[in-house]
Structures are given as structure tokens and as C-alpha cells.
Design a protein around this ligand. Structure first.
Ligand code: F6P
Length: 535
């Protein structure tokens, strides 16, 4: 039986009882590992003056955790600097915010090398290695350089921009080349997959053969695997929150009285469009004064990466905008907008979602956005709320029954809020049922099994195909007005087949658990000619 080794920048160990920020990769990875068992390796989230040169895994249940501290200099260069001031804005199409500096890049490469060195002694020949996210792009190349021949997959949780945008990054050709050290690269959407392949072709002269890309002796499969959530668990949490009204819910419903609730839940990040969303809610109240006093926006926004100047600025800006709008539009007994900058437990969040008539998920750009899926999972099937969703979230490629909006258009978002609040129950139920069917048939278990089957199998998943049970787009269904904005977008931006993808018979994870002899072991890889040079 093979073992799964997951590597991610941050590792959250269960005994620490940390509140996991809304949505997020940590929740998804923990459920994948708990299902399959294995090792989770990554940064502890802490810094120490002398980070150790070896790591001892700690076993908790089916999962062993191997966590590494960073030095403060490494945190600055690898995490805050190159990952979050260069790659993050670049990948979210924010070239204007992209800050590149060579010493941060050197620090990023050095931490990837250190991770490879520390991981190496923990690896067994049969391990399947699954690396996550933009912090660790060069990790497979570093492992290959040290002779690792195991199957190595990568999943990119955030968007991947076109070669035109990515190519603006200094050393972009070198960095993108390291992607070819992976056997399988998973992206959230087909647009992201095509962008990466296009980048490899344009910047490295790679050859494309369908969803396979060849550069030198290696070939890498690049496919879309839209990530899901544990729908059933979240549904139960939300239902329980109704029976046992928890303290935070009581605190929210109390002052709201019988008022309606619009909710936003995001890390405090400029990609999430929080300031634009507050402005849109203000616009909604100005355009539709009859709603004043009857509805409030609750924006939960746990602070994130506060050491990065752009995030500190967003923190200030969101307070300023909420304060201005509350002063201009509020009444002595009604505050239209509440921004709460703290993290809540998952069960409290489930309760908030269930209580809210409108889920406002309007990122300017997002890989997937699991909050959109959580909001749907938490709804009361008999009286569901309405999801308003940005066309620039990966989730819009699957959740076409939401009210799809352009977050740059304040008026359009304002009108979608009005439409959602006025929507008759029959239409809310109809939309909810189809959204729920989609998220349930492409949940976290489906995502994990399908990815791992592809990684451990022949190296190619069935192409981006809907999961079993995905409802077909109803050809005769009434088209929601706001959804036109998706339909009229340029072909390249159109969502992939509704519901994502076709049933992968292989998606049962059958390949994961094959005998060692069933695996093709790639020849010992030579260092990539242009791989980032260690130093
Ligand atoms: O997927 C995007 C991501 O960077 C994840 O890696 C992480 O869980 C989340 O955003 C939060 O970011 P951070 O770890 O920088 O707080």
C-alpha cells in the first residue's frame, strides 16, 4: 500500500486547535490525509533563530506531521517577499502590485532547497508525493535533483495567468521550467491549465500534446481538478447550528432583530474584493432606499499577511470605507455594515451562512473560492439563500446557477443584491437544488480521489470531465438575468463544461493503493538545464 506525502507551505496540526481561516487549503488537505493516511510536511508557521537541520514526524491518528520552522530572514524573503509580494499579486492579475526583488527570489529558492533536503530522508520508495501551492513550485525540481524518482504531483490553488502576464516576472522562464519536474499538475479550471501550458510553450519552447506538455526528456500532464469541500459535514454543521443556536449566532441575530442578512466571509486580502463589495452594498442602499433599516451586511474578514504593506493598507481602507458608509447611510438604531476582523470556528461560520439570505462572494480574482461552496452547503433546502458570485472566481465555472456578477461593476453587484433579496422561494429552491447537486457530486472526496487516481495511475486523468451525478445544464431552464454577464464573456474566459468534469471511472481512487510494480518509475532525472541555481 502506497503512502501519501502531502507538502504545503503551512501545516495545521489538529491538537493546536487553531481556528482555520475561512475556506482554505488546510481544511481540504486535512480531510484528504485523514481519508488516505500519510505524512504532511511543511512550515510550522513559526520562526526560530536556528531552524533545525532535521525533522522528526509526529503521528496523530492516521496522519504523521513533519513541521519545520523558518528563520525570520526566510519568512521575510520566501513567504512575505517572493510568495506574497511577487507571485500572489502576479497570479491574481495584479501586475501593478507585483514587487520583485532578487534577494527575495534567492530566499524562495533556498527554502525550497531546504525543504527538499529535510523531506528526502523521510521519503520511502513507494510514496506518492503531492505538493501544494505557489510557495513550492520548484520543490519537485529540487527533489529530482536529489535523485527522487517517485511520482510527484502539484496542485495550484490560485489562478495561473496567461504567458503575457506571467512573463513579466523576472526569471519567469526559469521558474516555469521547474513545473516540468512534476508528473501531474492540477489546476482549478481549464483556463488556468491552458495558461500554464501556454506559458511553457511561449517561455520555454515546450511542445503541447493535448493536456500533456513535453520539455526535454520529461513530460507533464496538466489538467483541471476543481477543488471541493466536505459538503455533507458542512451541511450537518449548519443544520446543527439551527438546533443549538451558538453564542456567535445569537450575538448576530440579536441586534439584527428580524432584519435580513447579507454575508461575506474572506481573509482580509485585496484579491477578495472586500472594499469593492462594501461600496456595492452602499450603492444598493442608495439605489433602493426602501431596504434601509431592513437589511445588514456582515463582513467577516480575519486579518492575513499583515506584515505585507498592501495588506496593512487594505485593513485601513476597509475600516475607512465601512465607517464612511455607515455614517452616511446608518440610523441611530441601524448600522448597515459590520466588518468583523477575526476568525470564527467552522460551526459558527456554518450558522452565519445558514442565517444569511444572501452570500456575497465577489473576489476580483480567485482560484476557486470555497466560501461559495460552503455557503451553498449550509443552506436550508426548504428556504435557501441566494449566492451572488464573481465571474472571476474559479467557482463560477461550476456554479452557474448563482447570480454571476462582475465585481468591478458596483452597480451590477448592487442590482444582484436587490434581485437576490426579492427572489421568490420557488426560484431560490430551484437554483439551490442544482448548485447543491453540483457541489455534492464534486466534493472533497471526489477531488482527492480523482487527483490521486490520475497521479498514481498512468499519469493522465480522464480529461476535465464532470463528476458522477453532475446534473446536465437544463437546456430549457429560465436564464437568470445577471448570468448573462458570464455568457457574454469572451470564449477564453467561458467556464468549462458545467459542473466541471465527466465521471472519471478512475476517480474512485482505485489507482491509489496499487502495488509498487504498477508504477512507472521515471528515469532518474538530471538537473534541469535552466533550473534555478541554488545559492
Ligand atoms: O491557497 C492560497 C493560500 O495561500 C493557501 O496556501 C493558504 O492556506 C491561504 O491562501 C492563506 O494564506 P496564508 O497561509 O498566507 O495565510
Amino acid at each position: 500500500m502506497m503512502r501519501l506525502v502531502v507538502v504545503s507551505n503551512r501545516v495545521t496540526m489538529p491538537e493546536r486547535g487553531e481556528k482555520v481561516a475561512a475556506g482554505g487549503l488546510a481544511v481540504a488537505l486535512r480531510s484528504a490525509l485523514e481519508q488516505h493516511g500519510g505524512l504532511w510536511f511543511g512550515w510550522s508557521g513559526a520562526t526560530s533563530a536556528e531552524p533545525s537541520s532535521r525533522v522528526e514526524p509526529v503521528r496523530l491518528g492516521k496522519v504523521s506531521y513533519a513541521v519545520v520552522d523558518l528563520s525570520e530572514a526566510e519568512r521575510q524573503s520566501y513567504y512575505l517577499g517572493f510568495s506574497n509580494r511577487a507571485l500572489w499579486p502576479l497570479m491574481h492579475y495584479r501586475l501593478g502590485l507585483t514587487e520583485f526583488n532578487r534577494s527575495d527570489y534567492a530566499g524562495y529558492l533556498a527554502v525550497n532547497r531546504r525543504f527538499a533536503r529535510l523531506l528526502l530522508p523521510l521519503l520511502k520508495p513507494d510514496d506518492v508525493i503531492w505538493i501544494h501551492d505557489y510557495h513550492l513550485i520548484p520543490l519537485a525540481a529540487e527533489l529530482r535533483r536529489r535523485g527522487v524518482t517517485n511520482r510527484i504531483g502539484y496542485f495550484h490553488h490560485i489562478p495561473w495567468p496567461s504567458a503575457e502576464v506571467f512573463g513579466a516576472l523576472p526569471f519567469s522562464a526559469t521558474l516555469i521550467s521547474t513545473m516540468t519536474a512534476y508528473d501531474l499538475v492540477g489546476m482549478q479550471t481549464q483556463v488556468d491549465a491552458d495558461n500554464l501550458i501556454g506559458g511553457l510553450v511561449a517561455l520555454r519552447g515546450a511542445r503541447r500534446e493535448g493536456d500533456r506538455v513535453r520539455a526535454g526528456p520529461r513530460s507533464t500532464v496538466v489538467q483541471a481538478f476543481p477543488i471541493g469541500i466536505d459538503v455533507e459535514a458542512f451541511r450537518k454543521l449548519a443544520a446543527a447550528s439551527v438546533r443549538a443556536v451558538t453564542q456567535p449566532i445569537r450575538a448576530t441575530t440579536g441586534p439584527l432583530g428580524g432584519r435580513k442578512l447579507v454575508i461575506g466571509v474572506d481573509r482580509l486580502d485585496y484579491s477578495k474584493g472586500i472594499v469593492q463589495r462594501l461600496e456595492a452594498f452602499g450603492q444598493f442602499l442608495r439605489s433602493h432606499p426602501e431596504h434601509r433599516g431592513n437589511v445588514g451586511l456582515l463582513q467577516i474578514a480575519p486579518p492575513s499577511r499583515s506584515d505585507v504593506p498592501e495588506y496593512a493598507e487594505l485593513d485601513r481602507q476597509s475600516d475607512e470605507v465601512a465607517g464612511r458608509l455607515n455614517a452616511a447611510l446608518g440610523e441611530f438604531d441601524w448600522t448597515p455594515i459590520r466588518v468583523v476582523k477575526k476568525a470564527y470556528s467552522r460551526s459558527a461560520l456554518a450558522g452565519f451562512y445558514r442565517r444569511a439570505q444572501v452570500g456575497l462572494v465577489t473576489p476580483m480574482r480567485d482560484g476557486m473560492n470555497l466560501v461559495a461552496k460552503e455557503y451553498v452547503a449550509a443552506q436550508n433546502p426548504e428556504d435557501p439563500g441566494v449566492l451572488v458570485l464573481s465571474r472571476f472566481a474559479g467557482a463560477a465555472h461550476q456554479l452557474g446557477e448563482a447570480l454571476i456578477v462582475n465585481p468591478y461593476d458596483t452597480h451590477e453587484v448592487a442590482e444582484a443584491i436587490r434581485t437576490a433579496l426579492a427572489m421568490p422561494k420557488s426560484e431560490r429552491v430551484r437554483r439551490f437544488e442544482r448548485l447543491y447537486a453540483t457541489i455534492a457530486s464534486s466534493d472533497i472526496g471526489w477531488w482527492t480521489s480523482r487527483y490521486l487516481a490520475a497521479l498514481s495511475g498512468a499519469g493522465a486523468a480522464e480529461s476535465a470531465v464532470p463528476p458522477p451525478g453532475t446534473p446536465k445544464p437544463a437546456s430549457g431552464a429560465r436564464k437568470p438575468a445577471v448570468r448573462q454577464s458570464v455568457r457574454s464573456r469572451p470564449a477564453a474566459e467561458k467556464p468549462a463544461a458545467k459542473g466541471g468534469a465527466k465521471p472519471a471511472g478512475a476517480a474512485s481512487g482505485a489507482g491509489f493503493g496499487k502495488k509498487r510494480s504498477d508504477f512507472r518509475q521515471p528515469a532518474r532525472a538530471k538537473p534541469l538545464p535552466n533550473a534555478p541555481s541554488p545559492r
